[in-house]
Design a protein around this ligand. Structure first.
Ligand code: TXA
Ligand code: MG
Length: 314
């Protein structure tokens, strides 16, 4: 794939928006760092983010929208959210709130969590792109997994060239570190230090902010197990079903109730993973057996999530 560089003008924005609409990936500048954007409603497009970044795990992603009015349609909004949004949006602040289900967001965006991270970026190009596209854009930082976040289009090109459709070049990012993340599910907690100083948040809240472990703890097995685990038991690397089991297949698996990807395509499998687990679990099977998934590329992230789902329950 040839990665196009798009200019920061009307035709660049239209091209970027069209790529997003077609399920493609576009890196775009925000005031913090460059994001790697995909249509947050498109499972395949969101799966491709993880593939392009070579991310071995499905971390939940931030959904970017053009204004607070749009943000509040996706989550259970609160007075505190209102206060923080009024004070700091658009800007380098991400709010984590309970997800309102049924609004068409890909389950891969939240990695199956019941909460959603939303942010209204301040960069004029990001805002223009969100307005032109007129839909929610899932975007992690536009770097390969484990590398530092990009603050110029050149950084993005160095890490992701040939793996994404386009880079919208808006020059260097002003803030240079990622957004501050605040969880508002219960009383406010600081989930990640970032571009908006803690002091500014505490001033707006008129209260000290409790600090959580680094947000990576979110994906630690102990914390996530309950979110990922279906009610059914799980048996992995199953070649055939046993009594009481239904099979989640992959590739040529026979007798599967659902198949992650008949073609054996790991991007398609990742796109289908959470939806398939939810659907199978809804039929209340004793055990969900899962075909072996190749352990390379996105297969590693799929196997990571399956292992968590199959882990012994407390
Ligand atoms: O400044 C930024 O926030 C940049 C720009 C592109 O917006 N984005 C960014 O995304 O830094 P990323 O994926 O590199 O980091 C997002 C962090 C992840 O560490 C993830 O764990 C956390 O946000 N996160 C996403 N959804 C969450 C949720 N529902 N609950 C808690 N943490 C969440
Ligand atoms: Mg990142």
């Amino acid at each position: 794939m040839q990665t196009r560089t798009l200019s920061p003008n009307r035709s660049g924005l239209d091209a970027a928006s069209a790529i997003l609409g077609a399920g493609g990936l576009v890196a775009f500048p925000t005031e913090t760092v460059y994001g790697l954007g995909a249509d947050a409603r498109n499972d395949m497009a969101v799966a491709r983010i993880f593939d392009a970044k070579r991310r071995p795990q499905f971390n939940p992603l931030i959904v970017h929208v053009q204004d607070a009015e749009t943000a509040r349609t996706f989550v259970e909004w609160t007075d505190t959210a209102d206060r923080l949004a009024a004070a700091f949006w658009p800007g380098p602040l991400t709010l984590v709130l309970p997800l309102r289900p049924g609004l068409g967001l890909s389950r891969l965006v939240t990695a199956g969590l019941p909460t959603l991270a939303v942010r209204v970026p301040a960069h004029p190009l990001a805002r223009d792109l969100l307005e032109t596209f007129d839909g929610p854009v899932a975007a992690p930082s536009a770097n390969p997994s484990g590398r530092i976040s990009p603050t110029t289009a050149d950084h993005v090109r160095a890490g992701l060239s040939g793996r994404i459709e386009a880079i919208l070049d808006g020059g260097a990012c002003g803030v240079g570190v990622e957004s501050t993340i605040v969880g508002l599910k219960n009383s406010p907690i600081l989930l990640r230090q970032g571009g908006l100083p803690q002091e500014a948040l505490e001033a707006a809240l008129a209260a000290p902010l409790e600090q959580h472990q680094p947000d990576d703890a979110l994906i630690a097995p102990g914390q996530m197990a309950s979110h990922y685990a279906p009610a059914a038991r799980m048996r992995l690397n199953a070649d055939a079903t046993r009594p009481g089991e239904i099979l989640l297949g992959f590739g040529a698996a026979k007798g599967a109730t659902l198949n992650l990807s008949r073609a054996g395509d790991l991007t398609e499998a990742a796109a289908n993973l959470f939806r398939c687990l939810h659907e199978l679990d809804a039929s209340n099977p004793e055990t969900i057996a899962v075909s072996p998934i190749p352990d390379h590329g996105l297969g590693r992230a799929i196997n990571d999530r399956l292992a968590r789902a199959a882990a012994p329950r407390p």
